[in-house]
Design a protein around this ligand. Structure first.
Ligand code: L34
Length: 283
């Protein structure tokens, strides 16, 4: 049976480190990092994620503002709000929780956030940095995944890694980060015809599709490291993209849902907020 990589425990350690760094920053700059999170609409899952982000900020000694906007906010109004936050010296990070309502162009909104305040790492300039292997803000979920992989002590160099899912938020960036660590990376997606074959060859498998239990035990190579990014509601229960109970018998390491990648996303966001603070304040 594989070992469980507890995002819950690992994120606690990171958050304690963040808290210490915030104390030191407060001493040095007479202020603390301030994250502003914008939530448009009433989606209960999104609300629970942004509430968790706010709580984590406050617990780490940072300043946090949650701005809730009606579903009917126009793109123009949202862009104007972002401009205002870009110009606000008291704000170090701006996060617009996704998804946005259909009448708003997500790319336009992401592009509007000042690069140095882009705590999500979604701005094209930060995306480019990841692709070029340069320094930039890493998106929180991929960053958390790499921290989890790192915590196992396994060597990624030369390993075959399969990323299932090609989203801009998770699949694409995590593939680039695995590549940077010298893994041989394959990206599978909804049109992939030989998923099982690819999966059975993978030493590291990252499932980021958003389909409950789509990765089953028979698809997992013995001793593989399995990272489950899915957060799906199935019969009122929270489950991942991986059939955990079956998969854990074959994996060497596996992340649970809940308590896996989700908490690591939040811990990485706090780290990013400090990075943004430093970029803005040490100019
Ligand atoms: N802009 N939009 C922006 N940035 C992000 O980084 C996100 N994401 C994704 C959705 N939209 C975003 C998140 O914050 C997904 N996501 C996220 C964050 C935290 C958790 C899950 C998804 C999380 O903490 N999950 C808990 C369970 C929470 C529950 O009970 O609902 C877990 O243990 O997995």
């Amino acid at each position: 049976m594989g070992q469980i990589i507890s995002g819950k425990e690992l994120s606690k350690e990171i958050r304690a480190q963040v808290k210490e760094r915030v104390t030191a920053l407060k001493e040095q700059y007479q202020k603390v990092p301030h994250l502003v999170v914008i939530l448009v609409g009433e989606d209960p899952a999104s609300l629970s994620y942004v509430t968790a982000k706010e709580r984590a900020c406050l617990k780490a000694g940072m300043k946090s503002t949650l701005m809730r906007k009606e579903e009917t906010i126009t793109e123009e109004e949202l862009l104007a709000l972002i401009t205002q936050l870009n110009n606000d010296q008291d704000v170090h990070g701006v996060l617009v929780q996704l998804p946005l309502p259909k009448h708003i162009d997500e790319n336009k909104v992401i592009n509007a956030i000042q690069k140095e305040k882009d705590v999500d790492g979604f701005h094209p300039l930060n995306v480019a940095a990841v692709h070029l292997g340069e320094k930039g803000i890493l998106p929180a979920t991929p960053k958390g995944i790499m921290t989890m992989l790192n915590s196992t002590g396994i060597e990624l160099k030369g390993k075959s890694a399969l990323v299932i899912g090609r989203s801009n938020i998770v699949g694409k960036p995590v593939a680039m980060l695995l590549l940077k660590e010298h893994a041989t990376v394959t990206i599978a997606h909804s049109r992939t015809t030989n998923l099982k074959e690819l999966a059975l060859n993978a030493d590291v498998l990252v499932a980021a599709v958003g389909r409950a239990h789509m990765v089953t035990a028979d698809m997992i190579k013995d001793g593989a490291v399995v990272i489950d990014v899915g957060v799906n509601r199935l019969d009122d229960k929270l489950v991942g993209d991986v059939d955990f109970d079956g998969a854990k018998e074959k994996a060497s390491f596996i992340t649970p849902v809940p308590g896996g990648v989700g908490p690591m996303t939040i811990a990485s966001l706090l780290e990013n907020t400090i990075e943004c603070f430093l970029m803005l304040e040490s100019k």
